[in-house]
Design a protein around this ligand. Structure first.
Ligand code: V1S
Ligand code: CA
Ligand code: ZN
Length: 381
């Protein structure tokens, strides 16, 4: 194991609850909570756990969820079962459709996911750690009164609300392949939270959730505090780095956040079942490393990711990056309980495709960056 160049002196809290893996969305649903346990197993077997404080948060209560969500929605979610949910078109707060089934334990899983983000935010708020990690969080589509896109309770909004009690300005960064729509909407009109989402955007092809265009910049006092970087299929590591780093650098200079929330959806990797981008594990992890180097307290969250062997590899590797250990492809532990999932190569690596076309032109990426810089210039400094 090689130690990263930058000396690691950060205090890192890692939230994990083994109960997550006992939940199933049912049938052919692409979301598999088991991926969190797989990542955890790699974190334990590679030894990087020694540089973390491993914590189990107390599942969030209905009252805690109501800091963002509507009372009626939370009360409904707490009671709903696969048997009682009505089929569409009945009004069921978005539940019952294929994307957000009312599976057994849906409230409990949401409460565990929210707890890690809430407790992580509280710990960062008190200055008791520098980085808090919750791979079970990052559920960026859950709306105030509506489940959406596999998300029921918005742990991110709850975490940011907690951070706002301690810090003046929060920067939210979202590298999931999908637009972070519900986080953006929750803070659309405030200048205390800036949201920045990078995502595949092709509404004409119906790519979910079809929002997050470049011209979507926020409203009222929050105008230009929503940043959206729409991408086409096939973006590679070099092009992603070329947009991510300068945009985040400019946001840092203009907005000066006191704390960062980083959603690390792993569906932006090559070979994801839903996403169409072409990032390697290291290309994805470069974003995490870049944010870490900013030396601002950070809440690191999971999100999407549907080729689960690659999700586990990437989140374990990124945990390594955060603790200052650069895990190598050969470091996939032979005694891992999911070892056979990593066939046929048995490597701790996710490669980009050599033959996938990058449909993003240099010209459009540059023009998009310039538009974003212009918008950022007009926020009060
Ligand atoms: N893309 C996609 C996709 N696939 C599914 C799906 C497939 C099989 C199932 F059994 C159930 C659902 N749903 C979608 C998307 C939602 C993507 C959510 C991403 C979540 C995240 O990674 O950002 C964060 C965790 N839904 C749709 O495209 C909507 C539909 C338009 C098509 C699918 N049907 C089921 C609902 C309507
Ligand atoms: Ca995104
Ligand atoms: Zn996603």
């Amino acid at each position: 194991l090689r130690v990263l160049k930058s000396q690691n002196t950060k205090r890192i809290s890692y939230y994990y609850d083994e109960e997550v893996a006992n939940h199933y969305y049912r049938g052919e649903h692409p979301m598999e909570p088991q991926r969190i346990k797989m990542a955890h197993s790699l974190i334990m077997h590679t030894g990087i756990y020694k540089k973390l404080s491993i914590l189990r948060a107390k599942p969030a209560t209905a009252d805690e969820m109501k800091a963002f969500h509507a009372d009626e929605y939370v009360d409904f979610l707490e009671r709903v079962t696969p048997e009682t949910v009505l089929p569409p078109p009945e009004e069921c707060f978005g539940l019952g459709e294929n994307d957000c089934p009312a599976f057994e334990g849906v409230f409990r899983l949401s409460a565990i996911s929210a707890a890690g983000s809430l407790e992580g935010a509280a710990k960062l708020g008190l200055g008791n750690c520098d980085i808090a990690i919750n791979w079970a969080g990052g559920l960026h589509h859950a709306m105030k009164s509506q489940a959406s896109g596999f998300c029921y309770i918005n742990d991110i909004v709850l975490g940011i609300l907690e951070l706002l009690r301690h810090y003046p300005r929060v920067l939210y960064i979202d590298i999931d392949v999908h637009h972070g729509d519900a986080v953006e909407t929750a803070f659309l009109t405030t200048d205390r939270v800036m949201t920045a989402s990078f995502h595949q955007y092709s509404p004409s092809a119906g790519f979910f959730p079809q929002t997050g265009s470049l011209s979507d910049v926020g409203r009222g006092k929050g105008r230009n505090f929503s940043v959206n970087f729409p991408l086409s299929k096939g973006i590679d590591d070099a092009s992603y780095k070329g947009v991510f780093e300068p945009v985040i650098e400019d946001i840092m200079a203009r907005f000066c956040p006191s704390v960062i929330v980083l959603q690390c959806g792993a569906d932006s990797l090559n070979q994801d079942k839903l996403g169409g981008l072409n990032l390697s594990m290291r290309g994805h992890a470069n974003c995490i490393e870049f944010v870490k180097r900013l030396s601002v307290p950070t809440l690191v969250l999971g999100g999407g990711g549907y080729t689960i062997r690659n999700v586990a590899r990437t989140w374990a590797y990124e945990t390594g990056v955060l603790v200052g250990t650069d895990l190598q492809p050969s470091d996939l532990p032979v005694n891992d309980e999911y070892y056979e999932y990593y066939a046929p190569d048995y490597k701790l690596d996710v490669c980009a495709a050599a033959d996938k076309k990058n449909q993003n032109t240099v010209r459009l990426l540059e023009e998009t960056k310039i538009r974003i810089f212009e918008n950022l210039r007009s926020i009060a400094g």
